[in-house]
Design a binder for this molecule. Structure first.
Ligand code: UD1
Length: 418
């Protein structure tokens, strides 16, 4: 199994590039199932999640080719509408093929998902929305079997779900009549999906508001699209600079997608400057400040950045409560941070109280999920001495050669085999 060996305490400096957002690439790939023409996606990071979804699409007969940072998907000769367990169990987003398959072909069988173990992560909202659109569904042998035809419906999401929003939009774009979705996710990745679908000929109104109106069209066509930059990866490098008091330029980074994180960094005297080419982060004079954090749906503080900020607050001056409102099991990295010398009290499943310490010390730690694992890498970059971060296959799901990028900024980090 691969692990990262990190010698902490190196101040980061230089330029690093961020590519397209993983959380946008995945729904965009699923959207390619809605047309028999090619969908061309630029600015792709070929992450392990992208590889798994490519394999799933190929297993259903889609052509998926990848050269440099471009992915071309053509679903003109599908041989099946079943998404097998071997793919969906590895990555929850693979479940999102359900909506487009059902919308275009009137049937789909999709394995119930796996993915990061950060909570129960049910799919009830997906299923209910499809049922309201006329789908007949049943669960058998671990698969959701759904059949159409679908009809337009008015859907109220009682809770905001990024995935259920993606799935329902993709089911509705080819469904006759006008479907209305109340309380959709407004995450930039959901907007990116809508932008691609519109390029493909979908009729979607109310974009960026709490009500989406989708009038089904009979056919969608191919499109060329550049994926939005990864705001979580951008935040990761920005926090890495902050905890090492470095100064870096994040090429392709966009502060407009991560204002809630930027606000917190500014409180710690980190200077952020957006240019046409990317985001400059100057933390040379940073004084890390404690401040309470509560995760929320966009534009609130992203749950995916909570672990990054937990590391930063472990090194900040003062005490702060971090409250997780999106997933119920997202503090699995905290016991590992404590082993590195962090003073964190686990208040309950939802909150931790962090009292900053001047320094963390290197240790052998284990990632238990993607974002928590990256929080540990950031802690190791700041810590005194050597750390080994184990189970980095979680991290590879969302970061393209993180060690190469961090090394180019001066970090002492190596991928090793254990
Ligand atoms: C996506 C992101 C993930 C991010 C999350 C929240 C991708 C690939 N993943 O995950 O990185 O942390 O959004 O921003 O884009 N829920 C239900 N029933 C459902 C669906 C969801 O109760 O049918 C709950 C979930 O358990 C969770 C909350 O809704 O408590 C939000 O989850 P959701 O937005 O659906 O997350 P994902 O789309 O899986």
């Amino acid at each position: 199994m691969d692990a990262f060996k990190i010698n902490g305490g190196k101040k980061l400096s230089g330029t690093v590039q961020v590519k397209g957002a993983k959380n946008a690439i995945l729904p965009l790939m699923a959207a390619a199932l809605l047309t028999d023409e090619p969908v061309v996606l630029h600015n792709i990071s070929y992450l392990s999640d992208v590889v798994v979804l490519s394999e799933l699409l190929a297993s259903m007969g889609a052509s998926v080719t990848h050269a440099s940072d471009t992915l071309v998907i053509q679903a003109n000769a599908l041989t099946g509408t079943t998404a097998a367990y071997e793919y969906v169990s590895k990555m929850r987003a693979a479940f999102w093929v359900l909506g487009p398959l059902l919308g275009r072909f009137g049937q789909a069988s999709v394995s119930l998902p796996g993915g990061c173990a950060i909570g129960a992560r049910p799919v009830d909202l997906y299923i209910k929305a499809l049922q309201e659109m006329g789908a007949e569904t049943h669960i058998e042998n671990g698969y959701v079997h759904a059949t159409g035809p679908l009809h337009a419906a008015e859907i109220f999401f009682p809770k905001i779900s990024v995935g259920a929003t993606h799935n329902t939009i993709m089911a509705a774009v080819l469904t006759p009549g006008t479907t209305i979705i109340h309380n959709p996710a407004l995450e930039p990745e959901a907007i990116d999906l809508i932008n691609l679908l519109r390029k493909m000929g979908a009729n979607i109104q109310g974009v960026g508001t709490k009500t989406l109106t989708i009038t089904g069209v009979s056919k969608l066509h191919g499109a060329v699209h550049t994926v939005i930059p990864d705001r979580i990866e951008t935040a990761t490098f920005a926090v890495a600079a902050a905890v090492t008091k470095g100064k870096i330029f994040i090429q392709g980074g966009d502060i407009n997608l991560m204002e809630s994180v930027a606000d917190l960094l500014r409180l710690s005297n980190v200077i952020l400057r957006q240019t046409e080419r990317g985001l400059e982060v100057n933390a040379e004079h940073a004084v890390l400040k404690s401040t309470p954090i509560e995760t929320a749906e966009y534009p609130g503080f992203p749950t995916d950045d909570q672990s990054l900020m937990t590391t930063l607050l472990s090194l900040a001056d003062g005490r702060a409560l971090v409250t997780e409102h999106i997933f119920e099991n997202r503090f699995m990295h905290v016991p590992e941070l404590i082993r590195m010398g962090a003073h964190i009290q686990i208040v309950n499943n939802q909150s931790v109280l962090i009292t900053g310490v001047p320094e963390l010390s290197g240790a052998i730690v284990t990632s238990s999920d993607l974002r928590g694992g990256v929080g540990l890498v950031l802690a190791a970059l700041a810590a005194k001495g050597e750390s080994i971060v184990q189970r980095i296959y979680h991290i590879d799901r969302g970061y393209d050669h993180l060690e190469t990028k961090l090394s180019s900024l001066g970090a002492d980090i190596k991928r090793i085999k254990l």
